[in-house]
Design a protein. Sequence first.
Lengths: 143, 373
Amino acid sequence: MAEENEFEPVIVGFFCNWCTATAADLAGTLRMQYPPNVRPIRTMCSGSVDPVYVLRALLGGADGVIVGGCPPGDCHYVNGNYKARRRMAILKTILDTLGLENNRVWIRWISAAEGAKFARTMNEITKSLKKLGPNPISKDWSI
Amino acid sequence: MERYAFISTGNQGALGAVRQFLASLLEKKLVDALLVPLELPTGDNVVPTIVSRPEQIQAANPLAPVMPVNAARLVSRITMISPSPDRLGVVLRPCELRALVELVKLKQASLDKLLLIGVDCFGTYSVNDYEKSAREGSSPTEDLLGRAQGGKEAPMLRKACQICEYPVPMGADLTIGLIGVDLGRGILLVGGTPEGEKVMQELGLEEAKSEERQSAISKLIEERTGKKEALLKQTREEVSGLDKMMATLATCINCHNCKTACPLCYCKECFFDSPVFEFEAEKYLGWAKRKGALRMPNDTLLFHLTRLNHMVVSCVGCGLCTEACPNDIPVSDIFRLVGEQVQKMFDYVPGRSLDEELPLTTFKEEELPDIGM
């Protein structure tokens, strides 16, 4: 049931070219339906995502950020996703320690053939953020 | 197994013994130069100085409770382009030595031909407090050493020092031992590596024992750890959540002085000072339009969160960031609070050992199973 003025979260996605972006394409060719809330950004590797990009999106007003990469062991560049895993873990610990909502930052391993998982994940994050509500930072001009 | 020796000058106490020891290193050519804090000839400050002549050591005072800059940055500056050609002894506090080890891992300094001389640390005052105290006539050095020996509180100690659980240098060739030592008599010299023990032999120092040292150290660490836990708990309450965080950063003016003072922030051009952060007018006005307003200079919270992400893994808690802040923001408290949590994830102690890789430059294939699932 569509409510008027229902909150539509703005989600920024950093998807690795070889796995997650390909999965996104696959979801498209399979005509899978998923909410349009994600703004996808294709990066060559999840390991090339500097945490500052994630923070920039979050502090800029995105309600959630998701980083998608190849599953551990299958990185196209051998070990980029291992580095991404550490960086995102550190980012989430920092946000958590400072009481800034770290459940708005997601990281998921979605490989190229997992179009269905991609669609499912987009669904999952949209639902979760709808429940969480808008990011309080998005209205805060003093940050 | 550490080797101990007492160095005593009879009536000149700890400082006299330290000066005698350092001068003998130069006299016997065991080092060609020493980087050591020296009392300035005019004015009340003690600054790291490269000393090449033994006579100058009479002004040396590594026991003075003041640390205007983290000497690790200075060792990095000296050895970055090329390693030291001569034998250079560097006299460092525990946090300075730890920061130096981290900088070596970051390829910003070289330990070649360096003799690492650590000094036990009872803590330091801010530069202004030190100057004021010295102007008022008493010797801050003797005052602090006296309090430390007598188990008395030292209220002027910087917060970062009050909560530091590393009063003893880690990995030094030689350590000037003060904890658990009768400072009226002299100091305890500790040889921590084969290199250090060789120097002790060449100095002809008689081997000694110290039963009190270990227990005095454990006691001090226990006190400091207790204070740390209390302070960090308080800090967490004071900055937790966006509102409280922004209240803490209300006076932040984005001067980036905390980054400049930090020994670990070594980037020649910080991301935030680079063209990446030079925006056209449309960008600023666009942001202001979207949110209704835009604090200028912008990206205050982003700067601190990014600096945390980039370097908190190596934060040694020296506290110079807070000292550098023109508006007294407790940057060091925030970085220690977060640093502890992040370092705990990898069981990492910055500067503990050259063999431990920086957590951000390495990984394990099996780890952090909750991330990504």
